[in-house]
Design a binder for this molecule. Structure first.
Ligand code: FES
Length: 204
């Protein structure tokens, strides 16, 4: 048994803190094993491995980075160093919807700050908070999305929203909240529906 497998057996913990029994498909260590296998346990694939983990969990849980280091026989400090060097990686859990409001020059002169403020206010994000408590939204500022001709712009996940006003940005957020509510209701998730309702109430 490898060191990595020993670590997995002794600490099969979900990144959210939920204890998991070994071998469950959603055990994060099993998931990471699959990623490492797909990438041939190749150290030169480290960035790809980290991207794959972040794609699944929307951030890089520290215990999984340690696990990757052990599995690739690398120093944890090296793996953490790579993860912290690239701004694409996050150590904080992000929301289902990552809202990136552009504040590059072209967007800034067209009032992007007011758009950013309106979205944060709509989601009741307090100072130094970027993600809503239910992890539905993360709001970030970026420098130029490369879409200056349609400024002011923002991107939510992969979707670009052009020529925004603060009011339009608020409506887009509202529509996403409503979509979440409908999906949860359609899935018959009573608990989730009430959570979503609470979220919507919280931002009203
Ligand atoms: S400055 Fe906002 S897209 Fe370029």
């Amino acid at each position: 048994m490898t060191q990595a497998h020993l670590a997995r057996e002794s600490n099969a913990m979900h990144p959210d803190g939920k204890q998991l029994s070994g071998g469950e498909p959603h055990n994060p260590y099993v998931v990471v094993d699959g990623i490492l296998e797909k990438r041939g346990y190749d150290r030169s694939e480290l960035i790809g491995v980290l991207q794959d983990i972040q794609d699944i969990y929307r951030y890089l849980p520290e215990d999984l980075l340690t696990y990757v280091a052990i599995a690739l026989r690398m120093k944890p400090a090296t793996v953490f160093g790579v993860a912290t060097f690239y701004t694409q990686f996050s150590f904080e859990p992000k929301g289902k919807y990552v809202v990136r409001v552009c504040d590059g020059t072209a967007c800034h002169v067209k009032n992007s700050e007011a758009i950013h403020t309106a979205i944060r206010k709509r989601l009741k994000l307090t100072e130094n908070k970027y993600t809503t408590p239910d992890r539905l939204f993360t709001v970030e500022i970026v420098r130029c999305l490369g879409a200056c001709s349609i400024a002011p712009a923002m991107v939510i996940n992969e979707q670009v929203h052009p020529k925004l006003t603060p009011e339009a940005a608020g409506l887009i957020v509202d529509a996403l909240l409503e979509r979440e509510m409908s999906e949860l209701a359609a899935n018959g998730d009573g608990e989730g529906t009430s959570e979503a309702a609470a979220t919507e109430e919280a931002v009203l």
